[in-house]
Design a protein around this ligand. Structure first.
Ligand SMILES: Cc1ncc(COP(=O)(O)O)c(C=O)c1O
Length: 476
């Protein structure tokens, strides 16, 4: 990628003096570089004088090319400042390709994001500076693939206190989010001969997809108001299950005490494994805190958590607490994958956790999120007013009125057309047997007016590879 301050030669503009008008060739070369992303938005171009000198053409030729690209919206010129690549080039010339950036929905209620504007930047900056200053040289070597001892100790203290996890730093593995943790576990299970894993239906489609990619077949099990249906789970024949007990994703229900006991009894009976995704556990406003399932059966349950819902998903910071029989194998997988997490971030986080950064951040954001917790996405719609309230947390499911006419699309599609970005439940279902017309939305929103283009679960530029219907539910 070309960056600011490079000279004309670095623009790699091919000029063929026999091939016609030179300014057109320069224009086309720059246009291609911008479209291909070789020249990124905001890049300052060299002056017309220096480009002319490098290319051996008159300055007027380059000036004409720049002026044309400014007129087309590819470049921005300001007096006294270098000409720059436009922030979001919107070609206006005939035949120009339309920008593929999605335009932001005016009201962005896409779930799954914390309030990123609340991220405590100063705190993290100070913690990172301190960690770097105090880090001995030896700590810059290859880390323990499970995570630095300081971070595993700090996590142990926090998870034991706040989530009732039965903690053990020797069985803790730092990973880049719950998603990577799930992949590590799936690989170990696959190596040990497992071929299927039960998952909640509806449930998080990207984790199903990750499981599949690691060689396990996800088998959907229905969820009701008490959480996962353990009877239906037993009928699947699977010996491993992925659950979200503290906040079922997406319905928001909590796994009831009876179901918790039944789930652990099931795992004992089949010598199985429960993977507990402690999704969104920090933000419940309708009840007291629900402790982690892992604390009840540390040898049957893998605990998986991350900073994605409390701080920011872009941090890619997560952790696993494992049963003894899996701890070494999962650490070996992590070692094989990438050698472990970067040490500087780990040391900064360890110090931050020990100083109570997470507790302070949770107190602050809970106040904000509580405000939105009881709200619906569409208070003016009579049919959403009649819908049963989903549990008070910062995300919730809302039943939407059916389309009046055929072909108007699903609830999320129609909401999108009206300028409200929400997540339809269709993608989250394993089977297509659920009721149509539900959508899932966040209620947290400083982003009531979207600050940025909305990116529905698509950290992926092309067609979404996880969009494939999965195995039918057994025992339903
Ligand atoms: C059910 C569920 N679990 C966990 C996560 C967080 O995953 P990660 O920690 O990999 O960001 C998400 C993300 O939205 C999720 O939907």
């Amino acid at each position: 990628m070309l960056r600011e301050g490079q000279f004309a030669l670095d623009l790699l503009l091919p000029l063929d003096r026999e091939a016609g008008r030179l300014h057109r060739q320069i224009e086309q070369g720059l246009r291609d570089a911008i479209r291909a992303g070789r020249l990124v938005p905001g890049t300052a171009l060299p002056s017309t004088r220096s480009v002319a000198r490098e290319l051996g053409v008159s300055r007027g030729v380059v000036t004409e090319a720049y002026a044309q690209l400014v007129a087309e919206g590819y470049l921005v010129a300001r007096q006294g400042a270098p000409t720059r690549v436009a922030e979001a080039p919107e070609p206006s010339a005939p035949g120009g390709r339309a920008s593929r950036r999605p335009s932001p929905a005016p009201y962005d209620l896409m779930p799954g994001r914390p309030d990123l504007a609340a991220f405590p930047r100063d705190q993290w900056l100070a913690a990172t500076r301190r960690a770097l200053r105090r880090m001995p040289d030896a700590a810059l070597g290859y880390p323990d693939a499970r995570g630095t001892p300081e971070l595993r100790d700090a996590l142990t203290a926090y998870l034991g206190r706040a989530r009732a996890v039965a903690p053990d730093p020797e069985r803790t593995v730092v990973c880049s989010g719950v998603t990577q943790g799930i992949v590590l576990i799936a690989r170990v299970l696959h190596e040990r001969g497992e071929r299927a894993i039960a998952v909640e239906d509806p449930g998080f489609h990207l984790h199903r997809w990750s499981l599949e990619r690691a060689g396990l077949e996800p088998v959907g099990v229905p969820v009701d108001e008490d959480g996962l249906d353990v009877g239906a789970l037993a009928a699947t024949g699977a010996r491993a299950v992925l659950v979200t007990p503290a906040h079922q994703m997406p319905t928001g229900v909590v796994l009831s005490p009876e179901r918790r006991a039944a789930l652990i009894a099931w795992a004992d009976a089949v010598d199985g494994l429960i993977v507990e995704d402690d999704y969104d556990a920090e933000y419940r406003f309708d009840r007291g805190p629900v402790g982690a399932l892992q604390g009840l059966a540390p040898e049957r349950v893998v605990y998986a958590g991350s900073a994605s819902k409390s701080f920011a998903h872009g941090l890619r910071l997560g952790w696993l607490v494992l049963p003894e029989r899996l701890a070494t194998a999962v650490a070996v997988e992590r070692l094989a994958l990438d050698g472990g997490a970067p040490v500087l971030g780990q040391r900064a986080r360890a110090a931050g956790l020990a100083r109570g950064d997470l507790d302070r951040h949770l107190r602050r954001t809970r106040r904000e999120y509580r405000f939105y917790a009881g709200r619906r996405c569409s208070p003016r719609s009579p049919s959403t007013r009649r819908a049963p309230r989903s549990p008070a947390s910062r995300r919730g499911c809302t039943r939407c009125p059916p389309a009046r006419r055929r072909g108007r699309g699903g609830a999320a599609q129609r909401a999108g057309a009206a300028g409200v970005a929400v997540q339809g439940l269709g993608a989250l279902r394993v089977t297509s047997t659920g009721r149509p017309g539900s959508c899932w939305a966040t209620r947290t929103s400083r982003s009531r007016r979207s600050p940025a283009p909305s990116r529905p679960w698509a950290p992926w530029p092309g067609p979404e590879p996880w969009r494939r219907r999965r195995t039918a539910v057994q025992g339903r």
